[in-house]
Write a protein that binds this ligand. Structure first.
Ligand code: C2E
Ligand code: MG
Ligand code: MG
Ligand code: MG
Length: 281
C-alpha cells in the first residue's frame, strides 16, 4: 500500500497473500527453522528525549531474513509465530539479544522489547530473569512494550503477570495507545511507566486534523497526571517533531530521527544523532 512505501524493502509478503493457504503453510514450515538457521536479527530504533534531544532508549524490532523471499515484515510473521506456538521461544531470543545489545550502550539508555500477549504464559517472567542474568543488564534498563490487547486474555491474570514483571524491576510501556479498545481502566491495572501514542494520531495531527491533535493533548494530559511519560510514534518530518514536542510529548520516535537498523549503526554516531536533533530543534 502506498502509505507503507517507507517500509517497501520488506513488503514482499503482504498479510493478504497469506490467505492463500499454500503460501501460509510454506512460511510456517520455514518459520520453524528460522531461529535455528540464524535467519532472525534484531534492529534497533532510537527514541529521543524531547527536552534534551538525546537518545533515551532504543526499541528492539525483530527481522526475518528468509533465504529466498528476502526480509519479511514482523506484521506478517509474528501472527504466524503466535498461531504456531513459537512466539515464546522467539520472543525469549529477542529479549536475550536485545539485553546483550544494551550492554554495549551507555548505561542510562533503556532497551525496549515488544512482548506479544501470547508470551504471557508461565515462562515469561523466567525468560526475562534469564535474559537479564545471562547478559548482566540491570532490570531498570529493560522495558517491555505491550498493547492493550494483552488484557483481552483475562484482565486479572494479565494484571498479576504485569505486577510480577514490575517486581523484577523492569518497566512497562503501553504500545500503540489509542488504537485498541483504549479502556482507560487498563491504565490503572499495571504500573505503566510510559504510553506510546500511536503513529496514526501523529500523522493526522501533522496534517492539521483538529480531532487528532485534541486526542494527543488529552493523552499527554492523562499521562502527565498519572506520572507516566509519553512517546510519540512514527515521527517522519521536522514539522511533526516540532508539533509533538510542542504538544508536550516527553519522547519522540520515528524515521525522522532514525530508522530501525543494526546496532552497529547506532554505536558510533550517537553524538551525531543528538547533534542532528538539536540542530533541527
Ligand atoms: P510497534 O511495536 O508499534 O513498532 C513500531 C513500528 O513502526 C515498527 O514496525 C517500526 O519500524 C515502525 N516505524 C517506526 N518509525 C516509523 C515511521 O516514522 N514511519 C513508519 N511508517 N513506521 C515507523 P516493524 O518493525 O515493522 O514492526 C511492526 C510491529 O511488529 C511492531 O509494532 C510490533 O507490534 C511487532 N514486532 C516487531 N518486533 C517484535 C518482537 O520482537 N516481538 C513481538 N511480539 N512483536 C514484534
Ligand atoms: Mg513497540
Ligand atoms: Mg507501536
Ligand atoms: Mg504496532
Amino acid at each position: 500500500a502506498a502509505k507503507d512505501a517507507g517500509r517497501g524493502q520488506y513488503r514482499i509478503f503482504e498479510p493478504m497473500m497469506l490467505e492463500a493457504s499454500e503460501a501460509r503453510r510454506r512460511l510456517l514450515t520455514d518459520l520453524k527453522e528460522a531461529l535455528s538457521e540464524g535467519q532472525f536479527s534484531v534492529f534497533y530504533q532510537p527514541i529521543i528525549c524531547s527536552a534534551s534531544g538525546r537518545v533515551a532508549s532504543y526499541e528492539a524490532l525483530l527481522r526475518w531474513q528468509h533465504p529466498e523471499l528476502g526480509t519479511i515484515s514482523p506484521e506478517t510473521f509474528i501472527p504466524l509465530a503466535e498461531d504456531a506456538g513459537l512466539i515464546s521461544e522467539i520472543g525469549g531470543w529477542v529479549m536475550r539479544t536485545a539485553c546483550e545489545a544494551a550492554m554495549h550502550l551507555d548505561d542510562d539508555v533503556i532497551m525496549a522489547v515488544n512482548v506479544s500477549p501470547l508470551q504471557f504464559d508461565d515462562s515469561l517472567a523466567s525468560r526475562v530473569v534469564n535474559a537479564l542474568g545471562a547478559t548482566g543488564l540491570p532490570p531498570r534498563r529493560l522495558q517491555l512494550e505491550v498493547t492493550e490487547s494483552v488484557f483481552m486474555r483475562g484482565a486479572d491474570r494479565t494484571a498479576e503477570e504485569l505486577a510480577r514483571l514490575d517486581a523484577i524491576g523492569v518497566s512497562l510501556a503501553l504500545d500503540d495507545f489509542g488504537t485498541g479498545y483504549s479502556s482507560l481502566g487498563y491504565l490503572q491495572r499495571a504500573a505503566f511507566a510510559k504510553i506510546k501514542i500511536d503513529r496514526s494520531f501523529v500523522t493526522k495531527s501533522g496534517e492539521n486534523c483538529k480531532e487528532s491533535t485534541a486526542i494527543v493533548r488529552a493523552i499527554v494530559a492523562l499521562a502527565d497526571s498519572l506520572g507516566m511519560i509519553t512517546t510519540a510514534e512514527g515521527i517522519q518530518t521536522k514539522a511533526e517533531a516540532d508539533l509533538l514536542r510542542a504538544l508536550g510529548c516527553t519522547q519522540l520516535q520515528g524515521y525522522f530521527f532514525g530508522k530501525p537498523a543494526p546496532l552497529e549503526t547506532y554505536l558510533a554516531p550517537l553524538a551525531e544523532i543528538a547533534g542532528h536533533v538539536r540542530g533541527n530543534g
